[in-house]
Design a protein around this ligand. Structure first.
Ligand SMILES: [Fe+2]
Length: 189
């Protein structure tokens, strides 16, 4: 049988090289998403202003560290599967399907509104990747599920700031970061 030059030369035992390649492709998209997320969280850490500055500034650094650790685990899983992980900024920008984070210097509540939208997008695509790898590779599926425990917790930390005592979330219905930021700001009067 002719060998395909596009497939990895090896992958983990018991996976076909085709499946190893497919799992690595799914993981490369997660690597792009998580790298973008930890850079965005630092950007917010640097640009948040106004009342609640210190609470949000300090809340974000442990999230940056945790998400950065996720990128390392994802990249090393790609390498373990026999594929070269791509971690350069230009490749990330060329491959991503979303825009840069839209807010610069802004208040805590505006950044939290926008981050609610950011986390929703990352978690939805991470859950899809977990589903897509469930049949292909248990180990990758377990890795992604482990990330979701933390990502969904961090999303709750963000969303709790936008929630009323009655359980309403000020960003409900927003579909862009800027709309979510506006709704969050307006709800505080
Ligand atoms: Fe800092």
């Amino acid at each position: 049988m002719a060998d395909s030059p596009d497939l990895p030369r090896y992958t983990v035992p018991s996976l076909s090289r085709e499946d190893g390649d497919q799992v690595a492709r799914i993981l490369q998209q997660r690597l792009n998403s998580l790298t973008d997320l930890h850079l965005t969280l630092k950007h917010v850490h640097w640009n948040v202003v106004g009342p609640h500055f210190i609470a949000v500034h300090e809340m974000l650094d442990p999230q940056v560290d945790a998400v950065r650790a996720m990128t390392d685990a994802v990249a090393e899983r790609i390498a373990t599967l026999g594929v070269a992980p791509v971690g350069t900024p230009g490749a990330l920008v060329a491959a991503r399907t979303w825009d840069d984070y839209h807010l610069g210097r802004a208040t805590a509540i505006e950044h939290l509104g926008a981050l609610d939208e950011v986390y929703q997008g990352v978690i939805e695509s991470h859950r899809k990747a977990a589903k897509d790898t469930a049949e292909l590779d248990d180990v990758t599926n377990d890795l992604l599920i482990g990330h979701l425990h933390e990502l969904e917790l961090f999303h709750w930390f963000v969303r709790a700031h936008l929630e009323s005592a009655g359980g309403d979330v000020s960003t409900a219905g927003a579909t862009t970061e800027l709309d979510a930021a506006r709704q969050a700001r307006d709800s505080t009067g």
